[in-house]
Design a protein around this ligand. Structure first.
Ligand code: NAP
Length: 262
């Protein structure tokens, strides 16, 4: 039987890259999306084609759900239970950029609330639901080593004054990871945070020229854009239990952006 991963926001971008890497190491997948059903179905089909599970076969099911609302999060867990009956990995990936990218002196509470719902409340309470289920699974089978991985950002510690809400949410995901890592350690569930840098996706497409220039001028020691596959490979390493004595850990997938340089 294949292990099972639930990836939020897996229809496009980084989530899709994570799904493809996990399919390659034999995970069955729940491909969550918000509204883009065609992209989600394409990801699922590509994962099945790439799948290297038992007998080189994996299953990938798509599930529409808005992680920013409680009913959406419950729907995802209910769907995963009905479709696969087990969960070995939750990847909190779904996220939106700051709506309107307004200066913090002009940004609205309405936009702040929506971003916080999707980018912070979503992962926080989806992790709660998934962790409860994982603990139940471990009670039945103590050899299981389920894991939780959250995709935050270099914005957890990097100021962008036109994306204040985004930076706040990503910083809070760092504490969320530490909280759940501590709470779930006794259960045998390791919890990790991945901080991607500048990754090519629909989210960064509108600012491509700006980042092309910054990267060519040395923004990152590794002078290229990151790819969804770069993040996917990091998730795959964690999913394979290659860091068994590490929890609450931050993995920077940023071409060295976080290094202070003189
Ligand atoms: P993206 O290309 O805009 O894709 C976003 C994904 O999230 C899509 O699959 C989308 O589904 C889904 N989604 C959006 N709102 C959702 C909701 N309310 N409920 C469920 N799914 C939802 O973004 P990305 O660049 O891949 O970013 C993925 C994650 O990485 C985000 O958390 C982002 O903050 C983080 N990140 C990105 C970068 C970067 O440079 N790109 C850097 C650091 C961190 P639909 O297709 O249905 O719309």
């Amino acid at each position: 039987m294949n292990r099972v991963a639930l990836i939020t926001g897996a229809s496009r971008g980084i989530g899709r890259g994570i799904a493809l890497e996990l399919a390659g190491i034999g995970f069955d997948l729940i491909v969550n999306y918000a509204g883009n059903v065609k992209a989600a179905e394409q990801t699922a089909a590509d994962c099945v084609a790439e799948g290297r599970g038992v007998n080189r076969v994996i299953r990938a099911e798509v599930c529409q759900a808005d992680v920013g609302i409680a009913a959406g999060r419950q729907k995802l867990i209910d769907f995963s239970k009905a479709a696969f009956g087990r969960l070995d990995l939750l990847v909190n990936n779904a996220g939106i950029t700051s709506i309107g990218r307004a200066d913090i002196l002009d940004a609205t509470e309405e936009n702040f609330d929506r971003l916080m719902a999707v980018n912070l409340k979503g992962p926080y309470f989806l992790t709660q639901l998934a962790a409860r289920w994982m603990i139940e699974q471990i009670k039945v089978n103590s050899s299981l080593r389920p894991k939780i991985v959250t995709i935050s950002s270099i914005s957890a510690y990097t100021v962008s004054t036109n994306r204040g809400d985004y930076c706040l949410a990503k910083a809070a995901l760092g504490m969320m990871t530490q909280l759940y890592a501590t709470r779930l350690a006794d259960a045998g569930i390791n919890v990790y945070e991945i901080r991607p840098g500048v990754i090519a996706s629909d989210m960064t497409a509108p600012v491509k020229e700006k980042y092309d220039k910054l990267i060519s001028e040395g923004l990152t020691p590794i002078k290229r854009w990151g790819t969804p596959g770069d993040v996917g490979k990091a998730v795959a390493a964690l999913a394979e239990d290659l860091l068994p004595f590490s929890t609450g850990e931050v993995i920077n997938v940023d071409g060295g952006f976080h290094l202070r340089r003189l």
